[in-house]
Design a protein around this ligand. Sequence first.
Ligand code: SF4
Length: 701
Amino acid sequence: ADKRIKVETTCCYCGTGCGIVAWQDRKGSVAIEGDKDHPVNKGMLCSKGMNLHYTVNDRTDRLLYPQMRYNKNLPLQRVSWDDALDRTAAVFKTFIEKYGPDSVAFYISGQCLTEEYYVVNKLIKGFIGSNNIDTNSRLCMSSAVMGYKMALGEDSVPVCYDDIELADCFFVTGANPAWCHPIIWRRVEAHKAENPHVKIIVVDPRKTDSCSIADLHLQINPGTDVTLNHAIGRVLIENEDIDYQFINDHTEGFENYRSTVFSKTLEEAAQICGIDSRDIILAARYIGAAKGFLSMWTMGLNQSVVGVNKNLSLINLNLITGHIGKAGSGPFSLTGQPNAMGGREVGGLSNLLPAHRNLNDPQHRKYVQEFWGGTVISEKPGLTATEMFEALDKGTLKAIWIMCTNPLVSLPDVRFVEKALKKAKFVVVQEISSKPQTLAYADVILPAAAWLEKEGTMTNSERRISHLTKLIDPPGEAMPDREIICRFAQKMGYPGFDYETDAEVYQEHTKLTAETSIDISGLTYGLIKGLKTVQWPYPKDKMIPDSKRLFTDKQFYTSSKKAIIHSVDDQLTSELPTTDFPLILTTGRTRDQWHTMSKTGKVNKLNQHLPKALVEIHPEDAVALGVEDGNIVSITSRRGNVQMKASLTTAIKSGVVFLPMHWGKLLNSDLNRANNLTNNLLDPLSKEPDFKFCAVNVQKF
Ligand code: SF4
């Protein structure tokens, strides 16, 4: 008989949420395989998921015990958990007393488990009395959140993965799911292979692997998505390929939208986008003929100074065609991180409250405050990710607690972030690995447990909550993030953090969702552990409606119950190219790396795909620059520079260069770090940075 200990869990990388079976053998080594019974991946795993066990078994980089320095001039030294948390609590109390609750902040991560998010959010909003909690989800999903809220009334993804097999037209825009959401894409590929009439449109300034099965690739100029979406809307209206009944009965704003999209001719729009107008007509024809139309997107739309407008203009295509709330149809934001959605469910952003309640609603604040039994919840939205570092630089923010994220690779204009961290009065870094560069700025380092070393829940891109089971103990004195935060809260003297199990935290969270649109009050911990994976909503004492899809009754979460068709501006407010900085830089992921490589960078097999960062340049631009394939080039923006090998490819649009975002500081050099170049311009509504657009120049080194 197989004596190995076996658990069923969920992949900790992207928001696809694949099921994994993990074993530990008698020698303590962990092995994994895709869970054949899991509804998402049916046994499949992508290269990153398939190699997860290497990151678990290799503990050479793990942080093993708390460390602290008593002042900035002294080295870090090993201390006990009590010493580390007592001093941190004393420092936080001093700042809060002297400068107020907004002098401290938590910067956390879309990789945190829901229960971890819940306790940090409760701690700062409900007890410290500040909304200064934000996550790296601000860098990926906040434009989609705002788009859903404005168009549909709430941050709710209406579709499910099973819609893939029911759709006959896919509009994949600002996304490369073949690399970034591979298992979702395998389903699209299989569906297309079985049904060749299914149309796939890919919109991207790069010809990515996702284009290999596309019927149409719209290689637009960066930042012109709103113009394109409007032009497609215009053609749909002209061809009468819209659903008047749905528009009349279930939406508001169509007449304004019609005037907006007719304000540019098709030729004008095509010229702005840098594509042939016949391709816009073809895209509209594919969409107009579809019985099931899925729009899919990620960072190309979200990470923009006009990210919300891009989202709204895309959702409009689903609304005017009535392709929402029915099988095979709807807008489908592909989540970048494994639990960005779970974090939003517990209100883990600086402008949210738990269960999709609104921070700006006094009734909602009062309800949550009474539920938690803590202090008055501040009505003032907290600092967002990049604003936290601006506040550190200005000196208005004194202390920052960084948990499960690596801002010195992932934030825009990262040299500014270094400068800000240097000025911080007090920095706590809660981490699993000794690699992140933030550790060099830490006054306190708290070692955390990693995947398979703790339990809890996460929610994937299709509203699917999954339970993650513990298989092995954390190394050394490392502790689960939830326990660290609760111990700290108790050191601060706050009641309500004496949970004995993760189940208790989960139950409290689900109770707070009762009677909301994301009601999971019927999904007990026993049930989610037993069922392993369930989509929300899951209300108590009710027959479960079909929770696969939302809005099947065409009742939206707005006050009028109608979806809102927003007429948005198509002006781009990015940093435009000039004579000194004539090229546009766009950044993104590679196939086999995850975020800042602290896990995937440990796996030799994954490093082989692209061992070093390269800059992609179009051959025509290369000729003008006198650059040949393999030359080292220097890329400079107004904020910094990088140096790396050039890779000449026609896959990138002329006038645009592409850099992968994963690489960070290597020994004493940071010359491979894409975010030396990017800027801190934000979408005014979502506060998401403009990672996909800044002006640079390239010179042969
Ligand atoms: Fe993990 Fe995403 Fe790959 Fe699935 S697709 S195995 S969730 S990284």
